[in-house]
Design a protein around this ligand. Structure first.
Ligand SMILES: NC(=O)c1ccc[n+]([C@@H]2O[C@H](COP(=O)([O-])OP(=O)(O)OC[C@H]3O[C@@H](n4cnc5c(N)ncnc54)[C@H](O)[C@@H]3O)[C@@H](O)[C@H]2O)c1
Ligand SMILES: [Zn+2]
Ligand SMILES: [Zn+2]
Length: 362
């Protein structure tokens, strides 16, 4: 279908959550998303959510996000129009729009690393960052055929939406980079949504024991529901000794996953990992960390970092479909799209509301 014609026919007023500089946002009328390329589709957003990164943006921590940008990089929606070059998607298809856009053709996409897609400016995370995002009634989705995933019938939005970001992040950057294998002892520092996704998928990867380190009591409780065997309060003066006591011969964990993003938690990981183990950093760091190579080299420790690629989404979707990943555990609060501002208020004070992720539906 001719995309331009379709867009004209709508003539609806589109609402979206717009960033207006640090501390400023509003739910307001925006222009209809206009098709720019023949590989674009337009998606009517059925379900979206808010990420900790959106809160970082609102604090002014991500200067690439400029005044007037629609936020959001996670969605499940219905295809409303397709560009001239799109043949495998049609109006009415239900799709998952993931955080990472992939042109499918550049050297990084071919290397299964769309996090550095060269056609999207060298960074695959463009929604709600470099282009308008998904916290809106409609969104333009570039490189649609190589980026979105069709949602199988019978799988609800709330089970699929967390495949857009947190589940592949916890799995790819935590569990897979950490090389978790059957029988491993895995420590996950930080039991926010990303840490919980790492816990859930480490369990599927065969970890024999999963230890969560987390200061918030409510999140320690959540961690057990997601598959942690033990949850330790990081405020306990002997928290690290408790971890060591739970590992083989007291030598340390096979894999330590950092899911907070501050120097202190990265340091904990380097201390509780066993000789020959892996520290997998997932957290987004805003400040430099001292890397104690003087201790780590002789411990034969491997350190990994990474930005999610989302290349495991089809595999994770199968596990969600079969019930092996209980993805609906993440959604703790429901909102309507037009209550976006209230959804932000709740998510910004997640501790007070015992919130993990908010599910926002049209
Ligand atoms: N690498 C990637 O591609 C990628 C993608 C998405 C998110 N992230 C990052 O992953 C991190 C986690 O994301 P999230 O959404 O779960 O964040 P979150 O803020 O919701 O959760 C962080 C958790 O860490 C806990 N915490 C705070 N201080 C701690 C400490 N000293 N020790 C142990 N736990 C502590 C908090 O109580 C909270 O439960 C963030 O830094 C986020 O930016 C990375
Ligand atoms: Zn995110
Ligand atoms: Zn690419």
């Amino acid at each position: 279908m001719d995309i331009a014609a379709t867009v004209k026919v709508w003539e609806v007023s589109v609402k979206a959550l717009v960033y207006h500089g640090p501390g400023q946002k509003s739910w307001e009328t925006v222009p209809d998303p206009s098709p720019a390329e023949p590989t674009d589709i337009i998606v009517q957003i059925d379900t979206t959510t808010i990420c900790g990164t959106d809160l970082h943006i609102l604090k002014g921590d991500v200067p690439a996000v400029t005044d007037g940008r629609i936020l959001g990089h996670e969605a499940v929606g219905t295809v409303a129009a397709v560009g001239a070059a799109v043949t495998s998607l049609a109006e009415g298809d239900r799709v998952l729009v993931p955080a990472i856009t992939s042109c499918g053709r550049c050297a990084y996409c071919k290397r299964a690393m769309p996090s550095h897609c060269q056609a999207t400016g060298g960074i695959g995370w463009i929604f709600g960052h470099l282009i308008d995002g998904t916290q809106a009634e409609y969104a333009r989705v570039p490189f649609a055929e190589t980026s979105v995933h069709k949602v199988p019938e019978g799988v609800t939005d709330e089970r699929v939406i967390f495949l857009a970001d947190i589940l592949p992040t916890g799995y790819e950057v935590g569990v897979r980079n950490g090389r978790v294998k059957p029988g491993d002892v895995v420590v996950v520092v930080g039991a926010g949504p990303v840490g919980l996704a790492a816990i859930q998928t480490a369990s599927l990867a065969g970890a024999a024991r999963i230890i969560a380190l987390e200061p918030a009591g409510t999140r320690r409780e959540h961690s057990r529901r997601f598959g942690a065997d033990v949850a330790i309060d990081t405020a306990d003066p002997d928290a690290e000794q408790q971890v060591m006591a739970l590992t083989d011969g007291g030598l340390g964990a096979d894999v330590a996953i950092e899911a907070v993003g501050v120097p202190a938690t990265f340091d904990i990981c380097t201390r509780v990992v066993r000789p020959g183990g892996v520290v997998a950093n997932v957290g987004v760091h805003g400040a430099p960390t001292t890397l104690h190579l003087e201790d780590l080299w002789i411990k034969n420790v491997t350190i990994t970092t990474g930005l999610v690629d989302g290349t495991t989404v089809p595999m994770l979707l199968q596990l969600v479909r079969s019930g092996k990943i209980a993805a609906d555990l993440f959604g703790t609060h429901d909102f309507a799209l037009h209550d976006m501002m209230a959804a932000y208020d709740t998510f910004a004070e997640a501790g007070k509301h015992n919130a993990l992720k908010v599910v926002i539906r049209r």
